[in-house]
Write a protein that binds this ligand. Structure first.
Ligand SMILES: [Mg+2]
Length: 266
């Protein structure tokens, strides 16, 4: 589908940056997807633009599935706000630690306890990698020795996790086991924006979980809390088709997002 040019699409933000918010997903949006997630990095040009955006806009946030402190390390900017673990964590500018979403209550460790019971030999046999992210446990098969076998094992583990009361979330070659289903990128973006001065907001993302954030913007726009919202879809072969179908502006990968960030930075 065709979308307007970058400048036309972001005009609602350029009119009054001090009353606008810029929110971006990290992996696949700011940072190109890499085989080993620990090697992900944000291009310097994107970092420079984000730093300038943070100085000019009401709110600048990175919204990630990673731990909030890890997202901040990768971006390398202390003055941004970080939503981590898909909304389960909030790390404010220059704060030493992230705080947990209050909705989580006493269920902060249920996913971790479930993962402790998994058989390491069975995981190793197919190369399924378990990432402990605090309240969330992620099962990764990107780069696995046996990707099909690893995905199959992840699905089986997921079914057992659901029986234990955990919730599943599917991403790009990752299955997450979560302690609850009432928190997502959308609810987190919504509460962050409600607590800000922003009357206009932009969200850029590439994956299924970013559709929740798009929905969060929709709700705020419908209620009139936001005068305008701009959804930027970062297209990829692995991402859902809705991400570009629902977008106001589509870019082809993180590289094409950089000029949009530069234009926002002014
Ligand atoms: Mg992403």
């Amino acid at each position: 589908m065709s979308t307007p040019g970058p400048i036309a699409a972001i005009e609602p933000l350029l009119a009054e940056p001090a009353s606008a918010a810029v929110l971006c997903d990290l992996d696949g949006t700011l940072a190109p997807i890499v085989e080993r997630p620990e090697l992900a990095r944000v291009p310097d040009a994107a970092r420079v633009a984000l730093a300038r955006i943070a100085d000019r806009y009401a709110l600048t946030a990175v919204v990630s599935g990673r731990r909030a402190t890890v997202a901040r390390e990768i971006v390398g900017l202390e003055k941004l706000t970080y939503i981590g673990n898909h909304g389960f964590e909030l790390l404010l500018p220059n704060a030493p630690e992230a705080r947990s979403a209050p909705e989580l209550g006493s269920r902060g460790r249920v996913a971790e306890e479930f993962a402790a019971g998994l058989d390491p030999a069975e995981l190793d046999a197919v190369g399924l990698r378990v990432e402990d992210k605090g309240p969330i446990v992620a099962l990764h098969w990107r780069g696995a020795a046996d990707p099909a076998g690893a995905q199959e094992l992840a699905v089986r583990i997921g079914a057992a996790a659901v029986e234990q009361g955990l919730f599943l979330h599917h991403g790009r070659m990752v299955l997450e086991l979560r302690p609850g289903n009432e928190v997502n990128k959308g609810t987190a973006v919504e509460s962050l924006l409600l607590g800000s001065e922003a009357a206009v907001a932009l969200y850029a993302g590439d994956d299924t979980t970013d559709l929740d954030a798009f929905a969060g913007l929709d709700r705020l726009e419908t209620s009139g809390r936001l005068a305008a919202a701009v959804r930027v879809g970062v297209a990829s072969a692995e991402g859902p088709t809705e991400i570009t179908a629902l977008a106001d502006l589509t870019v082809e990968g993180p590289g094409e997002l950089i000029p949009v960030l530069a234009a926002l930075a002014g």
